[in-house]
Design a protein around this ligand. Structure first.
Ligand code: ATP
Length: 439
């Protein structure tokens, strides 16, 4: 018999149907048994009158919470039932997999264990409908990203994650044994998406894994995350990249709101607000002035940069002043930007680059790239790099490379901001950090 998804039951009232899902709750009363059965689309009440078949009643009594079941029964309309006004009168039950009892993590317990324990038992934690919603939203967000890219003529690329040389600097790099030599895990598809510009692809995107050997334990860093990368040719400046970025973000928000807005509000208590475009822009010097006016002192080691506390304050300032959750911080000093960021012709101490902050959290770094070989080499040398390990990259700029720019955004941070989650672990299928390599 065909399976009916719980969400689709309403159209089959009066028929015998089969559902497949997990036993969320069993109320075993004297005469009646009530089961709440859940699949990935919803939950329904199932009922059985014990006197009808004592053997079957005993089988139901022995069921444990979260067992995987296949249940067939007659579906009736019952307005007093809270779960959608439907009731399935059980005729047979097949136990596909009996859950051991007690559960190490009860997804429906009143209080949740701590985050680390939840990550140990992530597949049970993920059975909670709020967690399931996060990943449905992520799927819709990625679909919306792709819809927008395809409409704008982008091509998808898949760059290798095994590298013969580091993509930027030696910092935060994972080394792996590669037969009889060393290889590195990719920290970004940066060089390869620029190669696509030289290859004449014009506009590319990639969604893929990014590895950072960053030993930090924060609510926003992981050693492996999902990067969303974009690169666009024939731009006039980084402004063109920001224009694309903000319209694309607004479209993603709009699609997520259309598809999940109500569920997000009901289950996570968050209003998805489609941001107004253009997003406000603050130059780095304006950003410093805002922080100074609030007596916020950046730690000396962050000279030229902004630390997370400063980002939060700027987010608050922009929200109050412009009513927007998003702000581009532009024109970063060369000291805190990589060698391949283009510099302003009239102010070579500043790069044509930006960070996008969302609710005071950095989610993106972008820039116009330097596409003139000799300038690029000069900037690399200035940063202490030697030509040899990046020669393959420098060669991309020898045979007709158009002006271009792009950005890299963390998917996990984006979902975190979109859904108002307070920890990147909530927005990640399986977290990877300095102390966590399993499950
Ligand atoms: P941060 O200053 O927050 O450490 P970053 O400047 O190193 O980030 P970039 O190298 O510019 O980040 O990467 C682009 C984007 O990738 C960031 O804006 C962020 O969304 C995401 N990202 C970077 N590092 C991490 C990480 N360790 N874990 C999760 N996401 C990250």
């Amino acid at each position: 018999m065909e399976r009916t998804l719980i969400n689709d039951l309403r159209s089959q009232v009066g028929q015998v149907v089969t559902i497949k899902g997990w036993l969320q709750k069993l109320r075993d009363q004297k005469k009646m048994q009530f089961l709440v059965v859940r699949d990935h689309t919803g939950a329904v009440q199932v009922v059985f009158e014990k006197a009808a078949n004592e053997e079957l009643a005993a089988k139901i009594s022995a069921l444990t919470a979260e067992s995987a079941l296949k249940i067939t029964g007659l579906l009736i309309d019952n307005p007093i039932v809270k779960m959608g006004g439907l009731e399935l009168q059980l005729q047979s039950v097949e136990v596909e997999n009996m859950a051991e009892s007690p559960l190490p993590l009860d997804p429906f317990a009143e209080t949740l264990p701590d985050m680390d324990y939840r990550l140990d038992w992530r597949y049970l934690d993920m059975r909670r409908p709020e967690v399931a919603l996060i990943f449905r939203v992520q799927t819709t967000a990625e679909m919306a990203m792709r819809e927008y890219w395809i409409k704008e003529g982008f091509r998808e690329m898949h760059s290798p994650k095994l590298m013969g040389s580091p993509s930027e600097s030696g910092a935060e790099l994972f080394e792996v044994q590669y037969f009889d030599r060393k290889a590195f895990l990719s920290q970004s598809p940066q060089f390869y998406k620029q190669m696509a510009m030289s290859a004449g692809y014009d506009k590319v995107f990639e969604i893929g894994p990014v590895f950072r050997a960053d030993p930090s334990f924060t609510s926003r860093h992981m050693t492996e995350f999902t990067g969303v990368d974009v690169e666009i040719s024939w731009i006039d400046s980084h402004e063109d990249v920001m224009k694309f970025h903000e319209e694309w973000v607004a479209y993603i928000y709009q699609r997520v709101k259309e598809v999940h807005g109500e569920e997000i509000k009901a289950m996570l208590g968050v209003d998805v607000v489609v941001p107004e475009t253009p997003f406000p822009r603050l130059t780095m010097s304006e950003a410093y002035a805002v922080l100074k006016a609030q007596d916020y002192a950046l730690p000396p080691e962050r000279k030229g940069d902004i630390d997370p506390g400063g980002e939060r304050l700027l987010g608050k300032y922009v929200k109050e002043k412009y009513g927007n959750d998003f702000v581009f911080i532009i024109d970063w000093p060369i000291a805190v930007r990589p060698f391949y960021h283009m510099r302003h012709a009239d102010n070579p101490g500043l790069t044509k680059s930006f960070d996008l902050l969302a609710n005071g959290l950095e989610i993106t770094t972008g820039a116009q790239r330097e596409h003139r070989m000799e300038v690029l080499l000069k900037q690399a040398v200035e940063k202490g790099l030697t030509a040899e390990p990046i020669q393959f990259y420098l060669d991309f700029f020898k045979y007709g490379c158009p002006p271009h720019g792009g950005f890299g955004m963390g998917l996990n941070r984006f979902v975190m901001v979109l859904l108002g989650l307070n920890n990147i672990r909530e927005a990640t299928y399986l977290f990877r950090g300095p102390n966590r390599l399993s499950p």
